[in-house]
Ligand binder design. Structure first.
Ligand code: PLP
Length: 365
């Protein structure tokens, strides 16, 4: 079900799209966690179930991005992330499913068990993996690789930015807002007053901001910053909203062309901790509470930090009497069996250290 296409049929006919996920993702009540926090109406939308093999928020973006790669006749896609990037892994899995080769240009990050799993899963899905020590060397390596691929194959790989946060990827989350509106209309949950979501490369937040605005929903989005301000900032959200709105308006004239200002959904600061992917005590407490009270799996890089912002607001009494929605962007599928036989020695040498060095202290998996 692509709710956006039902509303704007021109988009169905003209937007690049390849079905990869299972939608709508379920909405459910978090009654016990809500009770513990003094929030009477606490709900979650579980994008963890967006894919059968691997879920999470990247599937929504990849349906449009890989649709575009296929439409352009690409044979390879190239994308970016940190070593444990969920986006890079989701791209590897989905690209293989639609017959594309994938290349991941990766950067160092704090070590964690999930970094190992994601690297093994990317490798098992045939991704070509490169690790660079710095952003600058990654950019230089990318330019050289694109050049070399063009000479070897006659075409450059289709490039997907970090997190899939290009306007076409953002469309996936404009659709997600329409999907939520549909679920509210049919009674799955009341309209939320407040919606918490992780802000990494902010395509997810931007799509929701634009979708909620077009739907004229009075839900306040709180994007919780989990990475450096260079990626997650108010200006970037506004820019992505404006570009995506223009893209959709060009294709379907009925879709409004909006300018969304940087103050529309201000990013929530204070929950990142020391660095991207460096777990915090507050995030680990949130992960523990979600698991213990609801059996919901969160993690330390994105959703734990986002939930820790929600918990802090609840404890300050800011959510009293409110209907609150927590958008779970984290994969809920167990892919342990797919990587059980994969040996890390098969990965390029620079990645071995993630398997040989200890994980960060707060990672108690
Ligand atoms: C990538 C990711 C996010 C952040 O989404 P952006 O669109 O990059 O802001 C949130 N949660 C999880 C689990 C992710 O993998």
């Amino acid at each position: 079900m692509i709710a956006l296409f039902d509303k704007y049929p021109d988009l169905r006919n003209r937007l690049p799209y390849v079905a990869l996920g299972q939608f709508p993702t379920p909405v459910s009540r978090l009654a016990r966690l809500g009770e513990r926090l003094g929030i009477e109406h606490l709900y979650t939308k579980n994008d963890g179930l967006s894919g059968s093999e691997f879920g999470g928020n990247k599937i929504r973006k990849l349906e449009f991005l890989l649709g575009d790669a296929l439409r352009q006749g690409a044979a390879e896609v190239l994308t970016f992330g940190c070593a444990g990037s969920n986006h890079a892994m989701a791209t590897a899995i989905c690209a293989r499913r639609v017959g594309l080769k994938s290349i991941s240009m990766l950067l160092p990050q704090p070590n964690a068990h999930y970094v190992r799993r994601n690297l093994l899963m990317s490798h098992a899905n045939g991704a070509e993996l490169h690790l660079y020590p710095t952003l600058k060397s990654c950019e230089e390596g990318t330019a050289a690789l694109l050049e070399q691929r063009e000479q070897a194959t006659g075409a450059k790989p289709y490039v997907i930015p970090a997190g899939g946060s290009a306007p076409l990827g953002v469309v996936g989350f404009v659709n997600a807002a329409f999907e939520l509106a549909h679920q509210i209309a049919r009674g799955d949950m009341p309209q939320p007053d407040v919606l918490y979501v992780a802000a990494g490369t902010v395509g997810t937040a931007a799509g929701l901001v634009l979708g909620l605005r077009v739907l004229d929903m009075q839900t306040r989005l709180i994007p919780v910053r989990v990475t450096v301000p260079r990626f997650a900032n108010n200006r970037r959200i506004a820019e992505l909203c404006t570009e995506t709105s223009a893209l959709l308006h060009d294709i379907a004239a009925g879709f409004p062309e909006l300018e969304i200002g940087p103050d529309h959904a201000p990013i929530r600061e204070g929950f990142l901790g020391e660095a991207y992917a460096r777990f915090t005590r507050e995030a680990m407490e949130a992960v523990g509470m979600a698991k213990e009270l609801e059996g919901v799996k969160l993690e330390g890089t994105y959703t734990g930090k986002t939930m820790s912002a929600l918990i802090a607001d609840a404890r300050e009494g800011k959510l009293e009497g409110k209907t609150v929605l927590f958008w779970n962007t984290h994969n809920a599928r167990d892919f342990a069996s797919a990587i059980a036989e994969v040996d890390y020695h098969g990965l390029p040498r620079p990645f071995h250290r993630f398997f040989e060095e200890p994980v960060q202290q707060l990672d108690r998996e």
